[in-house]
Design a protein around this ligand. Structure first.
Ligand code: TYM
Length: 330
């Protein structure tokens, strides 16, 4: 079986964008592939986090993975910080990554202007840690949203560079980006991506928003004034984003959506999108509530999956340590 690896930062409560761009698709891969899904807490501390909140968000994220339908018996679901090989490989790969490459990363440029008071070196070398995450497991495919594509290309470059220097060591991973939903935009500014760190609460749908909140946010979504439900990302970014969301949750084509709302107003359309999202998230909410009450079950998963991930990660790490010339442990 081919190997799949992906991860999310527990840097807040995840959004409908994270769900449609990544998590929802992950649940379709679990039978066909060997999948690892990480909660990348080490990446999260590249911006300041309140420790208690980070701990809570990380646990909630793990439960949301399961609540969304990832079976913890079939997928390796674990915290990055529980597997030291991530940090060890990241250090080695840092020595094979150029400053120039890291300086060109658009996420670094964005985050360093947003967090100008804290441009730490972890933020700069973030993509090398991400490369380590992926390369540790000889990953074939990385299911992510569009915004992670540049990081993935860097991971491929680093892997190829290492392989050229020391003979074949890493599998070169491929991005796996879904056709619909790989870039969900903000509900308040549809030219910007939906993000967990957006200060405007109405801009994003959180996976734990209650139904009323979800409907209210969709009703307030920014659109345009020509009252036509048509897909045109340039001229009608707000409506196109809502159509994308509707298509991703219902499986309907853009054409079918256009027909459904022919002659109807934006009010009806927004309401329908809100309801469809509420329906989509309802089973997830229910399972999340149940899981929250079962501490022992979740703790068991955390322990068992960390052991599996540690075991799998060590194989590649040992190989790499040997290739670069570290003395064997005696
Ligand atoms: P993160 O935590 O920002 O996002 C998690 C996943 O959600 C996708 N995503 C979106 N998809 C569609 N529309 C949006 N508005 C949207 N916002 C986010 C992201 O593309 C991602 O797939 N660096 C990564 C985490 C990471 C990782 C990895 C991913 C660390 N190591 C190894 C894959 C493999 C990140 O910050 O994702």
């Amino acid at each position: 079986k081919k190997v799949i690896f992906s991860g999310m930062q527990p840097s807040g409560v995840i959004t409908l964008g994270n769900y449609l761009g990544a998590l929802k698709n992950w649940t379709n891969l679990q039978d066909e592939y060997n999948c690892l899904y990480c909660i990348v807490d080490m990446h999260a501390i590249t911006v300041r986090q309140d420790p208690a909140t980070l701990r809570k968000n990380a646990r909630n994220l793990l439960m949301q993975y399961i609540a969304a339908g990832l079976d913890p018996e079939k997928n390796v679901i674990y915290y990055q910080s529980h597997v030291p090989a991530h940090a060890e490989l990241a250090w080695i790969l840092n020595c094979y990554t150029y400053m120039g490459e890291l300086s060109r990363m658009t996420q670094f440029k964005e985050k360093s202007s947003k967090h100008a008071e804290n441009i730490n070196s972890g933020l700069f070398t973030y993509p090398t840690l991400m490369a380590a995450d992926i390369l540790l497991f000889q990953t074939d495919l990385v299911p992510v949203g569009v915004d992670q594509k540049q990081h993935l290309e860097l991971a491929r470059d680093i892997a190829a560079r290492f392989n050229n220097l020391y003979s074949d060591t890493f599998k070169i991973p491929e991005p796996y980006i879904s056709k619909v939903g790989a870039k969900i935009m903000s509900l308040q500014d549809p030219t910007k991506k939906m993000s967990k760190s957006d200060e405007d609460n109405n801009a994003s749908i959180s996976l734990i928003d209650d139904p009323d909140t979800i409907i209210r946010k969709f009703k307030r979504a920014v659109t345009d004034s020509d009252a036509l439900v048509r897909f045109d990302q340039e001229a009608k970014p707000g409506i196109s984003n809502l159509m994308t969301i509707y298509s991703a949750v219902t499986g309907m084509s853009m054409e079918a959506i256009q027909n459904e709302f022919e002659g109807k107003g934006y009010g009806d359309f927004k309401m329908r999108v809100g309801e469809a999202v509420v329906e989509e998230l309802r089973p997830l909410h229910k399972r999340f509530e149940e899981l929250s009450k079962d501490k022992a079950y979740i703790d068991g998963i955390i322990k068992k999956n960390a052991e599996t991930a540690n075991y799998l990660a060590t194989k590649t790490l040992r190989k790499v340590q040997k290739k670069v010339g570290f003395p064997p442990v005696v």
